[in-house]
Design a protein around this ligand. Structure first.
Ligand code: AMP
Length: 209
């Protein structure tokens, strides 16, 4: 089964993709995580992508499509996969078609803008081990310190308020049109994001079945 998780940044795609991965045994493919690792390791793709990511813009389609194509060719994707954060534009969705990928379902997680802004602006990350927290919803045991490795937590560049506004704008302009794109193909299932992560997970797992 090949699934796509759609939704604004901060809607919980990554969290829900992890739940599906655990419950259904499908690998989660997050182009955002692949790109962040490339930036951290200062690879040529990372160096090319960094400025786009830091400003809340999308990395150019041809770069991301290349990354995705290589990733889904790996062995663990043979029985299906969950795409988290791809496609983010209509040309990326068309590229999936052109690769011959059959998508079974597209789960769109919908969360109102005010909640998205609150979720993203409270996010804190550990630059040393990559763990993420939220000042309100998932605080570390000691304020500002990573539970896992003791690193000093920071606000990622792309979670800064001005960048959050830009990311939401980018989502509306470039990614939201995919909702109608997949609705027209009869693939779309909408899930309303709940206050509790576990409540959203229940709805997502129902949608997958
Ligand atoms: P994410 O963690 O999914 O929000 O991704 C972080 C950043 O990586 C995004 O703000 C984009 O700059 C970039 N990115 C991730 N996936 C894509 C994609 N499919 N197309 C273009 N840019 C992407």
């Amino acid at each position: 089964m090949n699934l796509i998780l759609l939704g604004a940044p901060g809607a919980g795609k990554g969290t829900q993709a992890e739940v599906i991965e655990r419950e259904c045994g499908l690998p989660q493919i997050s182009t955002g995580n692949i790109l962040k690792a490339a930036v951290k390791n200062a690879t040529p793709i990372g160096l090319q992508a960094k400025s786009f990511m830091d400003s809340g813009a999308l990395v150019p389609d041809e770069v991301v499509i290349g990354i995705l194509k290589d990733r889904i060719a790996e062995d663990d994707c043979k029985g299906g996969f969950i795409l988290d954060g791809f496609p983010r534009t209509v040309p990326q969705a068309d590229a999936l078609d052109a690769m011959g990928v059959i998508i079974d379902k597209v789960i769109s997680i919908e969360v109102p803008d005010e909640k998205i802004t609150k979720r993203l602006s409270g996010r804190r990350a550990c630059p040393d081990c990559g763990a993420t927290y939220h000042v309100e919803y998932n605080p570390p045991k000691t304020e500002g310190i990573c539970d896992k490795c003791g690193g000093k937590l920071v606000i990622r560049d792309d979670d800064k308020p001005e960048t959050v506004i830009e990311r939401l704008k980018t989502y509306k302009e470039k990614t939201a049109p995919l909702i109608d794109y997949y609705k027209a193909k009869g693939k779309l299932v909408t899930v309303i994001g709940q206050e509790e992560v576990s409540d959203t997970s229940k709805l997502v797992l129902e949608a997958v079945k």
